[in-house]
Design a protein around this ligand. Sequence first.
Ligand code: GUN
Length: 296
Amino acid sequence: MVAQVIDGKAFAAKVRAQVANQVAKLKEENGITPGLAVVLVGEDPASQVYVRSKGKMTVEVGMNSYEHKLDAETSEDDLLALIDKLNNDPAVHGILVQLPLPKHLNEDLVINSIDPAKDVDGFHISNVGLLGTGQKSMVPCTPLGCLMMLRDHHGSLSGMDAVVIGRSNIVGKPMAQLLLGDSCTVTIAHSRTKDLPDVVRRADIVVAAVGRPEMVPGDWIKEGATVIDVGINRIERDGKNKLVGDVDYASAAERAGAITPVPGGVGPMTIACLLANTLTACCRANDLPEPEGLTA
Ligand code: GUN
């Protein structure tokens, strides 16, 4: 079987266009412009690239973008004071604190100081609990993007066997909750899982989110399975820098029914879902109906 390629870049463009449409409607009919505040502490180069890209796309869909760049030595009190200000600012509907934070800052404390209704990353402990109990929450962007692509490809996921490889708070655990919410039978696999190849071979859906370049070979993939590759790993091959996923794309594409490439798969969906979450947060804050197809 030669896999259908799931084009995340095109899908993300479609999601952003839907968001832009809704934002235009909100402005016209309600006089409201959604606003996203992004907080960056320090000068981590990769984080700077992400934050710039988020700001640009926020403006492109017609939202207000508020960027707060703080010195690497910023104290916890000063960061918490900024978050408190943003929590109380009615023009700000979404708040994202870029991770990782410098070592002297307590990430859990900082994330849990964000108003859960504005926590567009879905990392606040309240949102984690709401998702885990099947209640309305803010859903982490990368897993939400994966779920959208899976629903688009399959329609219903009910009864499918899904394996999530990786147990991070940002991707693995919320991904498993979302799949469970869509009535999959879910296995979370990780570095201590026994017989990982056998576990993966049983899956109709494989979500790989471990951050190890090409660790899932094609012969672990069940014929016709759907493979969602969350990994973005920089490697050097033949003297060139290359981006590869957690799945060996070439061999997996020979067995899978559908597969996301790296780059151009899950990656572009993350920011699209951040914008979708900001729109959702804005609608909820104003007691307006939530956008259709953009939430879990
Ligand atoms: N750093 C890497 N990915 C993310 C993300 O999804 N959200 C935040 N806040 N920081 C990140």
